[in-house]
Design a protein around this ligand. Structure first.
Ligand code: CP
Ligand code: NVA
Length: 308
């Protein structure tokens, strides 16, 4: 069975930790490991816009000795013109892995079920697991061992980022809290899956509507845009519903004295977070962005080794 990375809990706690250890090594010795030498090609497909994911996969695959093939759906046969299955069967004859940013999780699942090469979720409507590997690496760098730390997500609980925080942080043995309006609560199945994982790792899961209850004493405070890609038509309604879920200095004052702030970016300053917080002394967003590179290189190397 080919190992894929479609959602955060596709890795066990031990595997997640091994990928993060490898990321630390790769960050220390950026051009040392060449598991894609040949060069082997990796297809990186985008149905949605991207800066960080596009650049970090392109540079990361090159660093590993491979050849990145960056594909926009608009200029390919994928996206209504050809099925994920047929696309996967063609690509697997030519590339060593497929990385895909798309809308529904079902397309990723179909592609993964149809191919012998690993498929990596570079963001779907439901999860953003590559971002979480970078976030966990960054938390380890700034705050040490992950298990036992408390992380609070404030904002759109039904978003890919909230779902990934639930699964990835529960996998890491962290205490993960989500504060979201009731109509934007995380999917019930994701909460259940996170609770099951937390029970195995010693972590815990809490979903509330009150931002202060989530942030109280937290070691890490995170948020994300209120208007994710694909939700642009709901913008006005969302701005009203999420009013009160902004991370500002007053909310952050409820966190631990040495708490850090993170955001996957891109950010809408003045909406989900104030400029004072995201550009302030507790913010570690630039390290978080850089760590996309190191975490994804480690993930690709780990997946290729696991599938050998
Ligand atoms: N955080 C993130 O995935 O950014 P991009 O949309 O720029 O890739
Ligand atoms: N939740 C955001 C994340 C962007 C990296 C979105 O899906 O647009």
């Amino acid at each position: 069975m080919t190992r894929h990375f479609l959602r955060d809990d596709d890795l066990t706690q031990a595997e997640q930790s091994a990928v993060l250890d490898l990321a630390v090594e790769m960050k220390r010795d950026r051009w040392g490991a060449k598991p894609l030498a040949g060069p082997q090609s990796v297809a990186v497909i985008f149905d949605k816009s991207s800066t960080r994911t596009r650049v970090s996969f392109h540079v990361g695959i090159s660093d590993l000795g491979g050849s990145p093939l960056i594909i926009s759906t608009a200029n390919s046969q994928l996206g209504g013109k050809e099925t994920p299955t047929d696309t996967a069967r063609v690509l697997e004859r030519m590339v060593s892995a497929i990385v895909w940013r798309t809308y529904g999780q079902a397309g990723l699942e179909e592609m993964a079920a149809s191919t012998t090469v690993p498929v990596v979720n570079a963001l779907s409507d439901d999860f953003h697991p590559c971002q979480l590997l970078a976030d966990l690496l960054t938390i380890r760098e700034h705050r040490g061992a992950l298990a036992g730390q408390t992380i609070a997500f404030v904002g759109d609980g039904a978003s890919n980022m909230a779902h990934s925080y639930l699964l990835a942080c529960a996998t890491a043995g962290m205490h993960v809290r989500v504060a979201a309006p009731a109509e934007f609560a995380p999917a019930a199945q994701v909460v259940t899956d996170a609770e099951v994982r937390a029970a195995e790792t010693g972590g815990s899961v809490l979903v509330v509507t009150d931002p202060v209850a989530a942030v109280a004493g937290a070691d890490v405070v995170v948020t994300d845009t209120w208007v994710s890609m694909g939700k642009e038509e709901e913008k006005q309604q969302r701005l009203e519903v999420f009013h009160g879920y902004r991370v500002d200095d007053e909310l952050l004052a409820h966190a631990a004295d040495d708490a850090v702030f993170m955001h996957c970016l891109p950010a809408d300053r003045g909406y989900e977070v104030t400029a004072e917080v995201i550009d302030g002394p507790r913010s570690i967003i630039w390290d978080e962005a850089e760590n996309r590179l190191h975490a994804q290189k480690a993930l690709l190397a780990w997946l290729l080794a696991a599938n050998n």
